[in-house]
Design a protein around this ligand. Structure first.
Ligand code: NAP
Length: 486
């Protein structure tokens, strides 16, 4: 972080109280973590503002059938909160939600949370932030930390007639559990990571399952399995084993997946071979052709599943690759004129990944609005901070290495970095923000490096910004981990 007052182009700050007033926005995985880190540093003068009535972020909002984390559970774990009791190698969403709730209680974070409190606007007042909530309250903070996550604004497809559909219809992140799917004609638009979990989970329950695929996806075989009770007891008894499992899974993520997508070489060839071999299990050549992507594995976010292809070969699966023309009350009409009649329509169409903490407006130094600063797309210094937004930090902000690592690992390293900035702010009584030139340099380097990644090899994905340039960290995970230690 290019820090400190005038040299960094930031505001002079008034002397502060020994313990800064900190506001964290969002109480999902990273907000809970930030609260824990603040408490570990002896800072109790913080509040976490959460727009919903409960914590959990993505694991609270996504409750679709089959939901699990495709990052192994022992790696999708806070490093100081190992969980020998994970039931599966890749545990389900409800279990992860429970883990987050227990962590928030155990670490005394929960009592710092103000629920049902959504921030509408944050304005830098020269020496502190003034935050206005949607229900008209004003709060003041020396430091604001956004922990709002990346994938939380559902993207709805712009398809004519979408609102005319007469059956039940919902986005995967707003699952309507009151809808009975038993024996129904169900349609799902999208075949990303979310759909790849839903389709196998529902295939045996629904009548006919029409899967509307715009682009085929590469699928890396993932054999999820439960942990035996004896294994859990062993992990409980010897905590070093859970730490070893954390490192083991981290090693594969860093050494194989991360390096394969940013560096290519033998790792990418291995990954490609695994995906192609996985696809070969599809017996019907016509179906296999339809499921074969026309781009490099890893270009879109890789899907991890050991059950997707099996589900797609079931007799009630209907893979529709003809483009969707319109939606009408009875179902979906494809460009070949065929009407696919449906009782239920599931929109597995992803998220607006460029929103971050917006629609909240931030007004920084000199009246600069974040919406103006990010007109060309979100940008940040090391994913953490934005010029002219003093004492403002982000967890899992723009350009985070979300394609390469467990999100918890990323958030932990970023939180550690932010804690170092907070210590500087506290002891040197400064306001910190990055220099615009430093951000511009970094963005130029990133753009160059991004061109060499597999994400730039010719596909459409939410990793790409509106100019088609990957907006995520384009170097290997190891580099990110080293940078966060500086
Ligand atoms: P996604 O990967 O963005 O996939 C959206 C799907 O909807 C794509 O197949 C897309 O087709 C399709 N689509 C969008 N608009 C469409 C339209 N107008 N007509 C037809 N098809 C349309 O979304 P997601 O599956 O929700 O996953 C988002 C991210 O969430 C993942 O990449 C991953 O990072 C995260 N996730 C993680 C886990 C986990 O286990 N860790 C699980 C689920 C999700 P195109 O491909 O043609 O654009």
């Amino acid at each position: 972080m290019h820090q400190a007052t005038n040299a960094a182009g930031t505001a002079d700050a008034a002397p502060r109280a020994a313990s800064p007033r900190v506001i964290v926005i969002g109480c999902g995985m990273s907000g809970i973590l930030m609260g824990h880190r603040l408490r570990q540093a002896g800072i109790e003068s913080f509040t976490i503002l959460e727009k919903a009535a409960t914590l959990g972020g993505t694991w609270r909002e996504n409750t679709y059938p089959g939901i699990a984390c495709d990052v192994p559970s022992h790696n999708y774990t806070y490093t100081d909160e190992p969980n020998p009791g994970w039931s599966m190698v890749n545990s389900g969403g409800a279990e992860i939600q429970g883990y987050l709730e227990r962590s928030a209680i155990k670490h005394g974070v929960l009592e710092h949370v103000l629920f049902n409190t959504e921030v509408a606007r944050a304005t830098w007042q020269g020496d502190a932030w003034s935050l206005e909530t949607r229900d008209g309250r004003t709060l003041v903070a020396d430091i604001v930390i956004s922990a709002t996550g990346v994938l939380h604004h559902p993207a709805f497809p712009d398809i004519p007639g979408l609102d005319d559909f007469s059956g039940a219809k919902f986005h995967t992140a707003r699952w309507d559990h009151s809808v009975n799917l038993e024996g129904k004609r169900v349609g799902i638009i999208g075949t990303g990571s979310t759909a790849a979990q839903i389709i196998p989970a529902l295939m045996d329950q629904v009548g006919r399952f029409s899967i509307f695929q715009r682009t085929a996806q590469w699928i890396f075989p993932l054999q999820n399995r439960p942990y035996r009770e004896s294994t859990k007891r062993l992990l409980q008894r010897f905590p070093i084993l859970t730490r070893w499992l954390y490192r083991w899974h981290a090693f594969w993520l860093e050494e194989l997946f991360s390096k394969a997508v940013v560096g290519g070489g033998w790792r990418h060839r291995l990954l490609s071979w695994k995906c192609r071999r996985n696809l070969a299990q599809v017996k019907d050549p016509v179906l296999r052709r339809k499921l074969t992507p026309d781009y490099e594995p890893g270009c879109k976010r890789l899907i991890f599943s050991g059950t997707f292809y099996e589900a797609m070969q079931k007799p009630n699966a209907d893979l529709v690759t003809e483009a969707i023309e319109r939606i009408e009350p009875r179902g979906i009409v494809t460009r070949d004129g065929r009407l696919h009649e449906l009782d239920v329509l599931i929109l597995s169409t992803g998220f607006k990944a460029d929103r971050f903490m917006r629609p909240m407006e931030m007004v920084g130094e000199g009246g600069l609005k974040l919406s103006d600063a990010w007109r060309e797309g979100p940008s940040a210094y090391r994913s953490l901070a934005v010029p002219k937004m003093p004492n403002f930090f982000m967890l899992i902000g723009p350009h985070s290495p979300i394609g390469n690592l467990s999100l918890i690992t990323i958030a932990e390293r970023q939180a550690d970095y932010i804690m170092k900035c907070i210590a500087t702010i506290q002891c040197r009584r400064v306001a910190m923000a990055p220099k615009p030139a430093a951000v511009a340099r970094l963005l130029a380097d990133m753009k160059q490096a991004a061109a060499r990644t597999v994400w730039s090899s010719g596909c459409q994905s939410w990793y790409l910004d509106k100019n088609g340039v990957p907006g995520i960290y384009p170097w290997a995970a190891g580099r990110f981990l080293r940078e966060m230690k500086l």
